[in-house]
Write a protein that binds this ligand. Structure first.
Ligand code: 13P
Ligand code: SF4
Length: 307
């Protein structure tokens, strides 16, 4: 493995490439990653980098977002099978139908969506800045897609905005049930429950903290508690265990794994850099409209997080 890591690092230098890795990736990917984090952080890093090649160890929409932000750079996704089931739940035709049903309302799309969908939305958000983005629109109603549960969590937290949601969801996070939280609380009463907002409201309501993947990791790092229940994908638990061996992290359920995030192995990173594949491209017109949607988010978000 060490030899492979050295070969990847050498290729990165030769080709002026940067590796961005989402924290649901297999933890071994961090050995060669320049930046590891949540969707917001990775899109901020993609927008800033001077590298000529961006290799995205994440899912398709993340690589597409990097390409939209950096049209002149080569963006690589090592394994093309890395899709997001939630992003695939809404097409451009579905979006148009949804907007027709609810006309003249600002439309917010979660970053977990295709470039085509982003190209016809007013602003984008991530789990980390969704509250701030929705509040920034100064509207008493917003359309939110594709994640109905993130949208409903935002509505409940803000209290004064009606969030009309599209019925999309994350099949991984929806496997977490309220009884899992109740059982964990009974078994480990001292441990706070840290949950991703893609979970059902019946789960987020019972949690002690709700936030993005990075938000959860930051909370656990800064808390003086010794034990935590983690209600999101396994990658977050693996990194927390590795980075804070003095604390105990209990995964809410072993089955909470996003298969699409797990395709990438170190050998795929090596092959992709070597052969410079698979290159992600976005139609120019779609990309320029989608870029406005993402840039509006980055401007509002301005580096500050709320999740
Ligand atoms: P983050 O924005 O927290 O990185 O989440 C992305 C995602 O796909 C969660 O399922
Ligand atoms: Fe998509 Fe869910 Fe996987 Fe996140 S965890 S990438 S929302 S399928």
């Amino acid at each position: 493995m060490n030899e492979l890591i050295s070969k990847i690092n050498k290729l990165k230098k030769e080709k002026n490439a940067v590796v961005l890795a989402h924290c649901y990736q297999n933890a071994e990917i961090d050995e060669v990653a320049d930046f590891v984090g949540d969707s917001l952080y990775l899109s901020q890093m993609a927008a800033k980098t001077n590298a000529e090649i961006i290799l995205f160890a994440g899912v398709y929409f993340m690589a597409q977002t990097a390409k939209i932000l950096c049209p002149e750079k080569k963006v690589l996704l090592p394994r093309l099978e890395s899709g997001c089931k939630m992003a695939d739940m809404i097409t451009l035709a579905d979006l148009r139908e949804f907007k027709k049903k609810h006309p003249n309302i600002p439309t917010v799309c979660y970053i977990n969506s295709t470039a085509e969908v982003k190209s016809e939305c007013d602003i984008c958000c991530t789990s980390s800045n969704a509250l701030k983005i929705v509040a920034s629109l100064n509207s008493d109603k917003v359309l939110f897609l594709p994640d109905t549960y993130l949208g409903k969590w935002v509505e409940a937290k803000l209290g004064n905005i009606e969030v009309i949601t599209y019925p999309g969801f994350c099949p991984t996070h929806l496997q977490i049930k309220p009884e899992d939280i109740i059982n964990a609380k009974e078994k480990y009463p001292d441990a706070p429950i840290l949950t991703h907002p893609e979970c059902h409201q019946s789960v987020t309501k019972l949690s002690d903290y709700v936030g993005s993947t990075t938000g959860i990791m930051k909370y656990a790092a800064e808390s003086n508690k010794k034990r935590f229940i983690i209600a999101t994908e396994k990658g977050v638990v693996d990194r927390l265990k590795r980075d804070y061996p003095e604390k105990e992290f209990i995964h809410i359920k072993n089955s909470i794994i996003c298969q699409s995030m797990k395709w990438h192995k170190l050998i795929d990173i090596y092959n992709a850099l070597e052969k410079e594949e698979h290159e992600i491209n976005v139609d120019k017109d779609i990309a320029s409209k989608a870029m406005n949607c993402i840039n509006r988010m980055l401007e509002v978000s301005n580096g500050a997080k709320n999740g």
